[in-house]
Ligand binder design. Structure first.
Ligand code: SAM
Ligand code: SF4
Length: 336
């Protein structure tokens, strides 16, 4: 919940207040996860289209006047953006911002974890879909497994605690990873969050029967390790439902975006790397903010663009209905 007392807030027509802005800093990436990017010949945004750090900071400053207080940097792979730690330090110093997180594939983390921590990054999520290097390669279509492990170690050494891993779960591909991840959660201070595969891949190959549902993951973990107990969340808007094993050892989370949508409590909106506001991952409309930033747009006009974007937010994503149409932009281009 936002601590903002401004009369203008980012409240949509369903009464949802938005205080959480996800910022994509690039659409480029050093791997090619099949659920997010094409395998080859990716057409990236021309560099001059990417918002500069100063432009991103201005978007955030305007956002804080409307109640934005939490940020997450994402992409593409945010760590391929040069000097990302400088952006982190600019953002943590903006009055009103209380939390700046980052989601990364971890490949470049070993060399950047300490810098990011020193810059004031509060939260870190590392994406790793498999503990088996072969499965990692099938999912990402690239090498890099060892680098991710080194990145996780560097994050731990830099003081990020707990380490949170994001694992996208795909039927026919990652079932055998569930128990090893459960084991990892029980043996280390790692929280593993399983994410249901969403229809945001670049090749529009998503099918419902490829989603490994949260309940199946729970069932598999419980049959191996015994009952899981839900942990009440500190944040009512958190998309993950966290659980601990009944013996108190280990914690895991489920992000059941497909089988148990959390649209009703969504508090997020997004700005793409090329400066478009999006009120939902699955929306078909965007609000251009770059033209305001690069033209003579005032802060007030930018605030109005944000309010208009949020006012148009739909009630939910409709993946589970026949009406659903996959958005044109895949995940890497929106910012996950
Ligand atoms: N490159 C970074 C990474 O992979 O962590 C940040 C961007 S990535 C788009 C953000 C998160 O979205 C990752 O955890 C990734 O696994 C997840 N993701 C990407 N495509 C997805 C999909 N189709 N369904 C579910 N999660 C997805
Ligand atoms: Fe890159 Fe992240 Fe997309 Fe994987 S999920 S291709 S790491 S942007």
């Amino acid at each position: 919940m936002s601590s903002n007392t401004s009369p203008l807030q980012l409240i949509d027509s369903f009464g949802r207040m938005h205080n959480n802005l996800r910022i994509s800093v690039t659409d480029r990436c050093n791997i090619r996860c099949f659920y997010c990017m094409p395998a080859e010949n990716v057409e990236f945004m021309p560099r001059e289209h990417l918002l500069s750090f100063e432009e991103i900071a201005r978007v955030v400053r305007v956002g804080t006047t409307l109640g934005i207080d939490r940020l997450r940097l994402t992409g593409g792979e945010p760590l391929v953006r040069k000097d990302l730690h400088k952006l982190v330090s600019m953002l943590v110093n903006i009055p009103g911002i209380i939390d700046v997180g980052l989601t990364t594939n971890g490949i470049l983390l070993a060399e950047q974890a300490q810098q990011l921590r020193d810059a004031g990054l509060t939260r870190l999520n590392i994406s790793l879909d498999a503990l088996d290097p072969e499965v990692f390669r099938r999912v990402t279509r690239r090498d890099g497994y060892e680098q991710v492990l080194l990145g996780i170690e560097a994050a731990r050494a830099a003081g990020f605690n707990p380490i949170k891993l994001n694992a996208v779960s795909v039927r026919g591909m990652t079932e055998e990873q569930i128990v090893p991840f459960g084991q990892l959660a029980r043996e280390t201070d790692t929280v593993v969050r399983f994410i249901e595969f969403m229809p945001l891949d670049a090749d529009a190959q998503w099918q419902r029967d490829k989603v490994l549902f949260a309940q199946e993951i729970i069932d598999r973990l419980e049959s191996e390790f015994g009952p899981l107990r839900p942990i009440p969340s500190d944040h009512v808007n958190a998309p993950a439902q966290d659980f601990e094993f009944a013996d108190g050892i280990g914690r895991i989370g489920l992000i059941a975006s497909v089988s148990q949508p959390f649209c009703g409590s969504c508090n997020r909106f997004r700005v793409t790397a090329d400066g478009k506001l999006r009120n939902c991952l699955f929306s078909h409309e965007e609000t251009d903010i770059k033209s305001l930033l690069r033209g003579s747009g005032t802060d007030q006009e930018m605030a109005e663009a944000m309010l208009t974007c949020i006012a148009a937010k739909k009630e939910g994503h409709e993946i589970n209905t026949a009406r659903f149409i996959q958005p044109d932009r895949p995940m890497y281009s929106i910012g996950g």
